[in-house]
Design a protein. Structure first.
Length: 266
């Protein structure tokens, strides 16, 4: 049975970088099924890559291999990494890219250290082709990770904010924006429910904009209005029906990260 290998990068598709990675994979494992999650991550934006994996990886079949290459530290002493969770395998740089899919849930993490499983004469600047792609292909072929890597005790973590209690209220923070300009916060649904156990009405404030309550979907508010809702990743998001919240506020990514959304019980 063919093995699924996904690719997530900031390479874009104008150059041959993604094609080179696929060529290496198919040369070593012709039966692999290579699926693109995205190659449109903003250059060197590790946080955006982590959110892309959070949104997509869990929806793939068990034992899928996810290769993610957004690697501003390529060629440095950062480790080439293998991370195993209960259902999936992840390969890429140890720079926090796997934090959202593995934090507190990984079975083991290992540093890819055996050059026998790399491309011969590997480049210092293209580990996606020369280390990560061949490692995924060898793993798909049934190679033992114990022959390819050595254990590590900890992973690099992302420096993401956390929701903060403020009296009877709570402050969430913008951590990401999607391509539609919806603003994703660090407040997860279970944290909101734990804070608002009595399901009381909530008022939200973002900058000078007041948002009345949590909506279920965009159609709950008039065209052009701000709304707050829990998106498909179960994080609180701020959007504009028929518009782009990021552009409306004249913000950019990643400069919008850290902006505060205040929630108060009514």
């Amino acid at each position: 049975m063919s093995r699924i290998i996904t690719l997530t990068t900031d390479f874009g598709t104008a150059d041959g970088f993604v094609g080179a990675m696929k060529g290496v994979i198919y040369s070593l494992c012709p039966d692999a099924r290579v699926i693109d999650i995205t190659h449109d991550i903003p250059p060197q934006d590790v946080v955006s890559a982590a959110f892309a994996l959070e949104a997509a990886a869990s929806h793939f079949p068990a034992n899928s291999i996810h290769v993610c290459v957004v690697d501003p530290g390529v060629g440095s002493d950062r480790a080439p990494l293998y991370v195993e969770t209960r259902k999936h395998f992840f390969i890429g740089p140890d720079n926090g890219i796997f934090d959202l899919v593995s934090a507190g849930r990984f079975v083991r993490a290992m540093k890819l250290s055996n050059p026998a499983f790399f491309i011969r004469d590997s480049s210092a600047t293209f580990h996606g082709r020369d280390i990560f792609a061949p490692a995924a292909a060898h793993l798909a072929n049934g190679a033992s990770i114990d022959d390819m890597a050595e254990p590590v005790s900890s992973l690099v973590r992302l420096e993401l904010s956390q929701p903060e209690s403020k009296g009877d209220g709570i402050e969430a923070h913008i951590v990401h924006a999607d391509r539609f300009g919806n603003l994703v916060t660090d407040l997860r649904r279970f944290e909101f429910d734990d804070w608002n156990r009595e399901s009381r009405p909530v008022a939200l404030t973002l900058c000078a904009f007041e948002i009345a309550g949590i909506s279920r979907t965009y159609a709950d508010v008039p065209e052009g209005s701000f709304l707050a809702y829990f998106g498909s990743s179960q994080r609180l998001e701020i959007g504009i029906r028929g518009g782009n919240a990021l552009k409306h506020l004249q913000w950019t990514l990643p400069a919008c990260r850290g902006k505060v959304v205040t929630l108060d019980l009514l």
